[in-house]
Write a protein that binds this ligand. Structure first.
Ligand SMILES: NC(=O)c1ccc[n+]([C@@H]2O[C@H](COP(=O)([O-])OP(=O)(O)OC[C@H]3O[C@@H](n4cnc5c(N)ncnc54)[C@H](OP(=O)(O)O)[C@@H]3O)[C@@H](O)[C@H]2O)c1
Length: 286
């Protein structure tokens, strides 16, 4: 698979998002493990997770543990796989999502994530979502301490504006390596952040790159141009969407979620799908 730079690392151009395997509607463990193994077998070397990817209140870190177990039971060399996790978003168990950007909380959350992932230091730790009750610089300050203490190797942020990207990078002394924002054919309002990351050479990880768990299957039905280009190439509209995202800047690394091996196996082919300039122009306008 084609590769992309993420800080000092080289990772697969298409990653795997772990959320569908741990929240409402998740499959059984055997299917989840098969999905993660399918991604690894296909050459995926970046997997996105979060401590908040769980359903019930008493299973914080469900997805982190699932991924760690799947990496251990995989036959290949798992040391080359970057597991990127996040903290600062919580699920109390009633279906809602809450936030906690308190630095002391984030520092403990990262330590707990490292334990669940079974690593001495987390390869990429991302502040999940700004907490309006805590000054942003204070939350990001926790990442500085985690870096300096060796709990995390690299720091990223998520759901950030251009101003927050600049603020985080300043607080981190230029050590911000990734931004994870929502971006898909249906949701393009992070185009400014994507371009800002491209200018700074910071990786941009589109989340819900296919429109989200409940809309991904309808991507072609909802976006005619993506369906038409897909038909021309004999591929899925989802592959076209991922290839289009990759075309927007070299820093883009989509992390499509999956709960079935077939979804991953289809998505990774986007890395090698060549779209013409005319097709890309059409998709940009659609
Ligand atoms: N930072 C944040 O705030 C935030 C928020 C949301 C998500 N995320 C991250 O971003 C990742 C991706 O987002 P997402 O999972 O919400 O949505 P998504 O990637 O847009 O859609 C996921 C769904 O797409 C389906 N799918 C994947 N590849 C496909 C293909 N080639 N053809 C047809 N269907 C395909 C999967 O179906 P099956 O389940 O049937 O395999 C899956 O349920 C998450 O898993 C999570 O890691 C981050």
């Amino acid at each position: 698979m084609k590769q992309r730079a993420l800080a000092d690392l080289t990772v697969s151009a298409i990653g795997l998002g772990g959320m569908p395997m741990s929240i409402e509607g998740r499959p059984d463990t055997a299917r989840s493990v098969a999905t993660i193994h399918a991604a690894l077998d296909a050459g995926v070397t970046v997997i996105d997770t979060a401590d908040a990817y769980h359903q019930h209140a008493d299973e914080v870190g469900h997805n982190e543990e699932l991924i760690a177990d799947a990496l251990r039971s995989w036959g290949g060399d798992a040391t080359s796989v970057l597991v990127a996790t996040k903290g600062g978003h919580l699920r109390p168990g009633d279906g809602s999502w809450t936030r906690n950007g308190d630095p002391a909380y984030l520092k403990q959350a990262a330590r707990d994530s490292a334990k669940r992932l079974g690593v001495d230091a987390i390869g990429l730790y991302q502040f999940h979502r700004p907490d309006p009750k805590v000054p942003y610089a204070e939350s990001v300050g926790a990442l500085v301490e985690l870096l300096d203490e060796g709990v995390i190797v690299r720091a990223g942020i998520s759901n950030a504006t251009v101003a927050q990207i600049d603020e985080a990078n300043a607080v981190l002394g230029g050590r911000l390596v990734s931004v994870q924002n929502q971006f898909s054919p249906a949701f393009r309002s992070s185009q400014g952040e994507l371009e800002h990351c491209a200018g700074l050479g910071i990786a941009f990880l589109p989340w819900s790159p296919l429109g989200g768990i409940s809309n991904a299957g309808e991507l072609g039905a909802n976006h005619a141009a993506f369906a038409e280009v897909a038909d021309k190439h004999g591929v899925s509209p989802q592959q076209v969407a991922l290839a289009w995202e990759l075309s927007l800047a070299d820093v883009v690394i989509p992390i499509p979620g999956a709960s079935r091996p077939a979804s991953v196996q289809d998505s990774v082919l986007a890395a090698d799908l060549q779209l013409t300039d005319d097709e890309l122009a059409r998709l940009n306008d659609n």
